[in-house]
Design a protein around this ligand. Structure first.
Ligand code: C2O
Ligand code: CU
Ligand code: CU
Length: 528
């Protein structure tokens, strides 16, 4: 029997005789009963989710030791969980909006962990806040109703200081939500709805993962300040990924599941993308982009018409080069950033490489029309926020060898006065990225906020930073719902956020996972 006590809080989780889980969280009752809890929660879908060490065959020869999520459906639709073949990535969970889901999470890792449902709006105790991390051998019971609109969400560990290491080890999975509005559109479905997780990794000569993002010494320090980039690009856990497609339209859902690499995705023949969705689901209408910029944790959904391709044609999705170092200062990564490109990887952030190949089939082409309107999304203006005249400002700051937010770093239980918002209000948040770190200069930071999906109101750029910014800006898709936004060096981004869901303590942070782990994260409180 293990009992885990969170000192300072009236909250504990325990394994009683291996089955029961008791939580003393006000308002939320966690109980051992398999079908109903004290709060009357009746799950439509019940899953067992386990994080454990495992081995997968990524390369020929010795298998790679990884950490991975494995799930099985205990109750409800058996098709709600699918596994990626021969991959370290976790299962894909697919549910309809409104599904009540119960997840029994078992931590079989040698480290403390907790699961965060990135992009889903769930109560505080279900959100995977680092203070709810459970030790090796521990169990956590998640129960929530999926209230998000249709979209591509995901889940990953969130223990403080070890998120980068655990995600890198293989712990991440997709959580795909559908709803009636989306179903009615009859978008490409089944085999033609493809989820693609892009990640970078480095391997030792005997096929083992190499991670220096959290290490000691000069390499570890640079790794933490820049973020870790690997020199191999994997899609769904596989190098040299090839998608075989019929000559029909496809829906491709991309997640950048990398710790800190930014992708500038483009087709090798220069044909533009038709973007239909972002982090929080479908856009109001499709938009076209010459390329798409995808920062860590961001998702993008493309509608790709392979019916217009020649039978047997092959195409390559590439990540184009962009400057992370534009001469130091506010221009970008500066000398050190450009040279080191992360924790000692041979493939710097901003380098060009191939991401995946598509082999188009030889069958008869079958065209389909993409609807002109996809979803109802209301227009937003700053005036919708109570504080539009004086936005809440969050500035990236550079401390001694450490990035921060408004001069602060993460403290488990701490929330400052200017980090408290009122439930039911709408606010403008202004993210400012003007800090530079010595010779490294400035860096792009993908800023994520838990507990909400937000809208992007506007971006403004310092003239001195314009050239670095414009090398990626045509690939931003700011039209829809977002939970992560890339803020470039010298840039200010205004967000509109509605705090109309759950009260509680949530986090906002940089989703460069090495930055997050070193403390570029803060609590904010939604006060009832
Ligand atoms: Cu995907 Cu707090 O993170
Ligand atoms: Cu999140
Ligand atoms: Cu950052």
């Amino acid at each position: 029997m293990t009992t885990i006590t969170h000192t300072g809080r009236r909250y504990f989780l325990g394994l009683l005789g291996g089955t029961a889980l008791i939580g003393a969280v006000p308002g939320i009752a966690l109980a051992a009963d398999k079908t109903t809890t004290a709060s009357g929660f009746k799950p439509d879908l019940e899953i067992e989710l386990r994080a454990a060490p495992d081995q997968v065959g990524i390369w020929s020869g010795r298998p790679t030791s990884v950490w991975r999520y494995q799930a099985k459906v205990m109750k409800g639709d058996a098709h709600a969980v699918t596994t990626l073949p021969e991959s370290y990535l976790g299962p894909i969970i697919r549910v309809h909006k409104g599904t009540k889901i119960r997840i029994h999470f078992y931590n079989d890792l040698p480290q403390a962990s907790v699961v965060h449902w990135h992009g889903l709006i769930v109560p505080e105790v279900m959100d995977g806040h680092p203070r709810y991390a459970i030790p090796p051998g521990g169990k956590y019971l998640y129960e929530f109703e999926v209230g998000n609109r249709a979209g591509t969400y995901w889940f990953h560990p969130h223990p403080h200081g070890h998120t980068g290491e655990q995600v890198y080890g293989g712990l991440a999975g997709l959580f795909i939500v559908t709803d009636d509005e989306e179903r009615a559109l009859k978008l490409p479905d089944g085999e033609r709805d493809v989820a693609l997780v892009i990640q970078d990794r480095s391997f030792t000569r005997d096929n083992q993962l190499r991670y220096t993002g959290g290490g000691q010494g000069m390499g570890g320090m640079m790794g933490r300040m820049n973020g870790f980039t690997g020199d191999q690009i994997l899609v769904n856990g596989h190098p040299d990924y090839t998608l075989t497609a019929e000559r029909k339209p496809y829906r491709l859902r991309f997640l950048n599941g990398s710790n800190s690499r930014i992708y500038k995705l483009a087709w090798d023949d220069g044909s533009p993308f038709t973007v239909i969705g972002t982090d929080g689901g479908l856009l109001a209408a499709p938009v076209s982009r010459p390329y798409v910029t995808l920062a860590p944790a961001e998702r993008i959904e493309l509608w790709v018409d392979f019916s217009s391709r020649k039978a047997g044609e092959e195409l390559t999705l590439r990540s184009l080069s962009f400057p992370v170092s534009g001469g130091g200062g506010m221009m970008g990564g500066g000398m050190m950033g450009g040279m080191m490109g992360g924790g000692g990887s041979g493939l710097a952030n901003g380098a060009e490489f191939s991401v995946l190949k598509v082999k188009v089939g030889k069958g008869v082409a079958q065209a389909e029309k993409l609807p002109e309107r996809l979803s109802i999304i209301a227009a937003v203006t700053p005036q919708q926020a109570g504080n539009f005249k004086s936005p809440r400002i969050f500035s990236v700051t550079a401390g001694r060898m450490q990035w921060g937010l408004n001069g602060r770093v993460f403290e488990m239980e701490e929330v400052a006065d200017d980090e408290i918002v009122k439930l039911g209000t709408t606010e403008v948040w202004q993210l400012e990225n003007e800090a530079t770190m010595g010779m490294m200069g400035g860096m792009p930071h993908p800023i994520h906020v838990h507990g909400v999906q937000y809208r992007i109101l506007e971006r403004s750029v310092h003239p001195a930073a314009m050239s670095g910014w414009s090398s990626l800006s045509a690939g931003f898709v700011d039209e829809g719902w977002k939970d992560t936004v890339l803020v470039m060096p010298g840039e200010r981004v205004q967000l509109l956020l509605r705090f109309n869901n759950y009260p509680g303590l949530f986090v906002y942070h940089c989703h460069n996972l090495e930055h997050e782990d070193m403390g570029m994260m803060r609590n904010f409180q939604i006060k009832a």
